[in-house]
Write a protein that binds this ligand. Structure first.
Ligand code: GRF
Length: 205
């Protein structure tokens, strides 16, 4: 087995991207292992998926810290340190990180965002893409910096926007590409290889 970086995944909900990362990391040749899953939400469905995969989970509920966002992140940071984590993947983690965590883990936090950044940062990206009349939509894996959804782009994948698409149908088509892109980009990132541009989905429809 080759050397594996110890990664943590932060989630808030469904955790399907987390699941894709866990599956990739389970392969002996993949350069990472998932050593911790943290959720800010007790009810995140992804927690059960992680437990089923025998990965340690922690719920660090932001509500107990009131408005003190840094206190919440200090606890997350302590959990990451305790598990000797070396890189973090945000996967549907619905909290904006403060400079505290971002600076402590500078260049080591990745996120997947469901749009072709820098288009459509923030929420409701599928609706925004349809409303804008986009013919393609996509997802981006990037490094997290203090400017939300603006960190260096590591990889992107695209899908067509079809004439009758709804937010739901477009999100569903894109999610399949997210699950392919995130592990691939994480692998390249850890091996310090070139970013990926995946246009297969566009060509193949
Ligand atoms: C994904 O669309 C991801 O791009 C975005 O949030 C969603 C999370 O879905 N950041 P899941 O929890 O990974 O299923």
């Amino acid at each position: 087995m080759s050397f594996k970086e110890r990664i943590a995944i932060l989630i808030s909900g469904r955790g399907s991207n987390m699941d894709a990362l866990i599956a990739a990391c389970a392969k002996p040749s993949f350069p990472a292992s998932v050593e911790l899953v943290i959720s800010n939400n007790h009810d995140a469905a992804g927690l059960d998926t992680a437990r089923d995969a025998c990965i340690p989970t922690q719920v660090i509920d932001h509500h107990q810290f009131g408005k003190d966002r840094q206190a919440h992140e200090r606890q997350i940071d302590a959990a990451l340190q305790a598990h000797n984590i070396s890189a973090i993947c945000l996967a549907g983690y619905m909290r904006i990180l403060t400079p505290f965590l971002i600076n402590n883990w500078e260049g080591k936090i990745l996120n997947i965002h469901p749009s072709i950044l820098p288009l459509f940062p923030g929420l409701d990206t599928h609706a925004k893409a349809i409303k804008a009349g986009m013919k393609v939509h996509g997802c981006t894996v990037h490094i997290v910096t203090e400017d939300m959804d603006q960190g260096p782009i590591l990889g992107q994948a695209v899908v067509p926007v079809l004439p009758n698409d709804t937010e739901h149908s477009l999100a569903k088509r894109l999610l399949k590409q997210e699950h392919l892109l995130y592990p691939q980009v994480l692998k390249n990132f850890l091996r310090k290889e070139e970013p990926d541009i995946n246009v297969d989905a566009l060509i193949n429809g």
